[in-house]
Ligand binder design. Structure first.
Ligand SMILES: [Zn+2]
Length: 266
């Protein structure tokens, strides 16, 4: 059973003039730590002097806050940039643009080859998408994972940032090589949606790497070997790509819950 110090003892503890031996003082202090009833008693017995002291301290703190330097202003541009772009994407996007540039150059140097721009267009956004949502490449992932804005919304914002660079680069490249713009951009969007849809199950990075490898093996290699564009990239397949893009994007939207955590554990 707890023995509470007597009200008289608590009053003496509160009174600065009263002399309490150290052992009694400690035992009262220890008890006050755990007993709200005695703390209330102590607060009730506070002398006018103590209350005046507390008021002076509070007024001093208030004055310090009012007279202190103004809080740093929110820089809107910086906030906007951080919301939409992740700087770890920059080298990957640079590499993608460089590869597309090489594809255009090869198309000019070796006209006998099937269009490398068309062959690379579907996988062009994948390196950026793979990096957009993985803890391996994001030094701030712990912070991000703890914010309410993490999840599909952030993945989509970063993917949009990737597409904002890749789509104009592809449009330029297709214009330079005479490849149909629809057959360049639609597969690019379809594969972006596919990597997000598959990413709900295996992580976006694994999905992007898998899709890229499968495309390189099943389509790019045979096309370069036979020097012919596959049926998939012939003009008749535009509708198929458009339909696939819509279906995959719709499916990815239903899997929002799967993106609450950053994927790609290693
Ligand atoms: Zn007590």
């Amino acid at each position: 059973m707890t023995t509470h110090p007597s009200p008289a003892l608590i009053a003496r503890y509160a009174d600065r003039e009263a002399r309490l031996d150290e052992v009694t003082m400690w035992s009262v202090e220890l008890h006050l730590d755990t007993c709200s009833r005695c703390r209330a008693l102590l607060a009730g017995g506070t002398t006018d002097d103590t209350r005046a002291l507390l008021d002076r301290v509070a007024a001093g703190v208030d004055q310090g806050i009012v007279g202190g330097p103004a809080p740093a202003p929110r820089r809107r541009l910086a906030v906007l940039l951080h919301r939409w772009a992740a700087w770890q994407l920059a080298p990957w996007l640079g590499m993608t643009v460089a590869v597309l540039g090489c594809a255009v150059l090869l198309g000019v140097l070796a006209p006998g080859l099937p269009s490398l721009v068309a062959l690379l267009a579907p996988v062009a956004p994948l390196p950026g998408v793979a990096v957009a949502w993985t803890r391996r490449y994001d030094p701030a992932w712990e912070l991000i994972a703890g914010t309410p804005s993490a999840g599909l919304g952030m993945l989509l914002r970063r993917t949009a940032a990737v597409l904002a660079v890749v789509v104009p680069a592809l449009a330029l490249a297709s214009g330079g090589t005479g490849v149909s713009l629809a057959l360049t951009l639609l597969p690019c969007l379809a594969f972006t949606a596919l990597s997000i849809a598959l990413g709900a199950f295996v992580g976006v990075r694994h999905a992007a790497v898998g899709i890229g490898a499968a495309w390189a093996l099943a389509v790019v290699t045979p096309a370069v070997y036979t020097a012919e564009l596959p049926v998939l990239l012939q003009p008749g397949s535009v509708r198929g790509w458009a339909l696939l893009t819509v279906v995959l994007a719709g499916f990815a939207a239903t899997r929002a819950g799967a993106f609450r955590r950053l994927s790609g554990l290693n």
